[in-house]
Design a protein around this ligand. Structure first.
Ligand code: FE
Ligand code: CA
Length: 537
């Protein structure tokens, strides 16, 4: 374990997530005023489940928070006494859930509280948008229903808009195939006590699951997900995991989605199985509803049929403009039928897009109108050119990544250049390995301008244990000198952002196919303010 890793952990060592479990019921009830226990019931008198009672604690999927602002964040839970059952073991009636926010991890100083209704239409998911909190500080939260209390979670507000920020610590995670291994990496994420965590997608995998191939006995045999109940089952299975629950309870998440929340490599209304666009739209709607139900996102992210407003901007003081991008909903059908291809001319067509016209306009306007020290593009698939052929005489590129839409990448790089936006940091995932690379205006010309730096964080579990760099990886890196780091183990990335530097620690695990894998820091890299170059920390 490096000194930096130790320092990173010690900053918040006094906050131990495990301690959050013990909170007296009386404390929470004392915190909830009579007015909070409330009047909303009168609208539901015919159908409201008025006196809920449970045989066991119904907060089986844990708690989460997300999308922080200087004033608040979203609180999330789901009332599900039997989460793997259809309907979660709940009656098909709306029910009231109490919530409270405290400045103390024992919930003794309640500063905000209220009651909300969990609706059967949304699988009794609970989303509360808390506001009127103080900036840049820790808060703790808890839910209650029928005398049953949830675990206590920690969240954190962002610094005031435009204010100077000394340091922010951000986690980067994604690709968590349940059947590929244990979520030990999330235990590490929980220990970090991040300011917030960016999830680049593949929170679930929709594909068929077979017990025999999984190190997880609970994985079970289930077919590919198509319906709302299918998708709900996947989220429940994943969210029953104690390490994932600990990570959610440790810090607010800023979530996106990639392909496997819906269907492998989907693009707009194109899907691998070849269903008609109108038919795939029904699947997209089911998948997005399940995504919304299980994610700590705002009402602005409630799907409208097959559409959801996923791209959005978070601002961290004067330090970071964080653009969460949506690289799935607005694509055209993939070039040359998708997957990995040699010599695909369609990948160079000017009509190709990753973001769609509206989102491109929103992003490029943001480059011109928002001025922050760092501009983050928090997105899904690799942006740098990634030729996976080790052989120098040929190239194989993924049509599912930005390489499959080079004109879209050129437009983005042009907008960065035209707006003179410096200090661009791109966070990505999807490829189940760690990469750091410099985004060159011309990837074939080492002397061409570097327009940003990309950090691709490896998977939490997908592809199993993996390995460190091998000969073929070295051959690929030699062909692509803008790639400064590669590693093929599982884990997550830790970003420490200050006015002077953007540092990243790539945390890796020795094993994910058995519980209790060991976490270590494989590499620490740094980008200095104004440099657009990767150096070893
Ligand atoms: Fe993945
Ligand atoms: Ca993916």
């Amino acid at each position: 374990m490096s000194d930096r890793f130790a320092a990173c952990r010690d900053v918040f060592a006094h906050l131990n997530v495990d301690r959050f479990a013990t909170v007296s019921r009386r404390t929470l009830l004392r915190g909830l005023s009579a007015s909070a226990l409330t009047t909303t019931g009168s609208f539901f008198t015919r159908s409201l489940w008025g006196a809920p009672a449970f045989l066991a604690n119904p907060f089986t999927l844990g708690v989460a928070s997300g999308d922080p602002t200087p004033e608040g964040f979203v609180l999330w839970t789901k009332v599900a006494p039997n989460p793997l059952e259809r309907g979660g073991g709940m009656p098909a009636r709306p029910v009231e859930v109490k919530w409270a926010v405290s400045t103390r991890d024992n919930m003794q100083q309640v500063v905000r509280e209220g009651t909300t209704v969990a609706h059967p239409e949304l699988g009794h998911a609970v989303h509360v948008e808390v506001d009127q909190l103080e900036p840049e500080r820790d808060y703790f939260y808890q839910f209650e229903i029928g005398g049953e209390r949830s675990p206590v979670g920690r969240s954190r507000t962002l610094p005031p808009l435009g204010a100077p920020v000394r340091q922010v610590r951000i986690g980067q995670v994604g690709c968590q195939s349940y059947e590929d291994g244990f979520f030990t990496a999330y235990r590490g994420v929980a220990d970090e006590q991040f300011d917030f965590v960016f999830h680049y997608g593949d929170y679930i995998y929709e594909s068929r699951m077979g017990r025999s191939s999984s190190p997880r006995a609970a994985a079970g045999e289930v077919g590919e997900a198509f319906t709302l109940d299918d998708y709900r089952y996947r989220y429940s299975l994943y969210q029953l995991d104690p390490d994932l629950q600990a990570a959610h309870a440790s810090a607010p998440f800023v979530v996106s989605f990639d392909d496997h929340e819906v269907s492998n490599d989907w693009a707009g209304f194109w899907n691998e199985a070849g269903a008609l666009a109108e038919v795939f739209a029904l699947r997209r709607a089911a998948a997005f509803q399940a995504w919304y139900e299980h994610m700590p996102v705002r009402k602005a992210q409630l799907p409208h049929g097959p559409d959801v407003q996923m791209y959005r901007r978070l601002v961290v003081g004067d330090l970071i403009a964080m653009n969460v991008l949506d690289t799935r909903q607005f694509r055209l059908p993939p070039a040359c039928g998708g997957d990995y291809k040699r010599n695909c001319a369609e990948a160079f067509e000017t009509r190709r897009t990753m973001l769609g016209e509206t989102q491109e306009g929103w992003l490029y306007d943001g480059f011109k109108t928002t001025r922050h020290l760092w501009t983050m593009l928090a997105q899904q698939v690799p942006m740098m050119r990634i030729d996976v052929a080790p052989d120098p005489s040929r190239s194989i590129l993924s049509m599912d990544m930005w390489d499959g839409a080079t004109a879209a990448r050129d437009r983005l790089f042009g907008a960065i250049e035209d707006s003179k936006t410096g200090n661009v940091i791109v966070l990505s995932g999807d490829i189940h390995s760690n990469w750091a690379g410099e985004l060159k205006k011309d990837f074939f010309d080492e002397r061409s301008a570097t327009l940003g730096v990309e950090f691709i964080a490896t998977s939490i579990t997908t592809n199993g244990d993996g390995h460190d760099i091998k000969d073929n990886d070295r051959k690929r890196m030699a062909k692509q000198p803008y790639v400064k780091f590669f590693n093929n183990q599982r884990g997550y990335a830790c970003h420490i952002v200050t006015p002077a530097c953007w540092e990243v620690d790539f945390r890796v695990l020795d094993k994910v196919t058995v519980p209790g894998g060991r976490i270590s820091t494989r590499m620490s890299l740094v980008v200095e303010n104004g440099k657009s170059a990767i150096a070893q920390a």
